[in-house]
Design a protein around this ligand. Sequence first.
Ligand SMILES: Cc1ncc(COP(=O)(O)O)c(C=O)c1O
Length: 387
Amino acid sequence: MVSVTPLQALPLDELRQRSSTKWQKYPEDILPFFVAEMDYALAPEITRVLTRAVELGDTGYTPPEPGVREAFVGFAARRWGWAVDPETVFWTADVMMGVVEILRAVTKPGDRVVVTPPVYPPFYDTVEEAGAVVERVPLLRSDAGWEIDLLGIEAALAGGARAVLLCNPHNPTGTVHTAESLAALADLAARHGAAVVSDEIHGPLAYGEVPFTPFLTVSDTARNVGYTVTSASKSYNLAGLKCAVMVGGGSEQAKVLQSLPWEVEWRTGLFGALANNAAFAPESDAWLASLIAALDGNRHLLAELLAEHLPDAKYRIPDAGFLAWVDLSAYGWGDNPATHLRRQARVAFHHGPLFGDEGNGYVRINFACSPDLLREAIERVGALVGS
Ligand SMILES: Cc1ncc(COP(=O)(O)O)c(C=O)c1O
């Protein structure tokens, strides 16, 4: 295996000069690990492209063919061997906008849409924004991790649910769904005439033990029921720039994407498109490998830190991404330990209950930071237990 130098996070005094949510929401004495932003400098190719755009005053509207289609097709082929038909690729401002517009197109007001808690909190609002109603089918928990409840989803679809909003890899558990479970899900959706919308924003950040499988690659059936919405925004820290990719599995799905209101495409940010193109370009592959090496170190470091300072915490090392889902219920800090810990330990983790009732007693910890900062956070929390 080729050895890769892990990326180093920026120093805290520089990070504190950032104007984004992570660094502005709380006062300086609170260390932030809540929102999914990363503490690294941008990939050099992204910096180059954006710097040139600033020099040129290139801050106008996104053109009709911004290059996103070609860039994503190239990335998907290199990274996952996924031969995406360029005719099925469209773009929009962000992943959640893509999800809401697809759901609006494939459901009628009042239709039910399956979500799989605990799950990224905006999934709940997004279904409602689309005029649909959330049907909760929680992930199944076993000692080995979490998995999609196929029987539960079958019952929901048999009962009339019209779509499944999938999170693959899953936020907050970091689960990479297996190809077998995705293929079974596709079969169920096809049998009941439902659509599957797969949010794959964390896909580029799979560590490899469970290979990441794009939903649309599992079978012809998946292609005939499925849509993927993704972006470079999580894996390259571009969320403020506003660009995401929508892929329709087959020609019917491409037609649905083609017929979305024109604003859906028009609201794509020009800097977002430029940055996504640079992220998806081969020039950024080495940076992504260095990022994953750093995150890989941190996901294991967190396990060690928890074992040392919070031995009753439960944490399953994620298969993908930089978010850790940690059960702190043993410590008696209530349903929402994040609030207690922000006040008492001056660390801001994400609130478990926002992800669904299954998140009571949990926090979500963003570990895309320096190992020292992660250590400091867990030591601060550990000191509460000792005291
Ligand atoms: C699963 C998932 N989907 C979507 C988003 C947000 O993406 P966007 O800002 O492109 O809507 C996030 C952000 O953390 C996420 O974790």
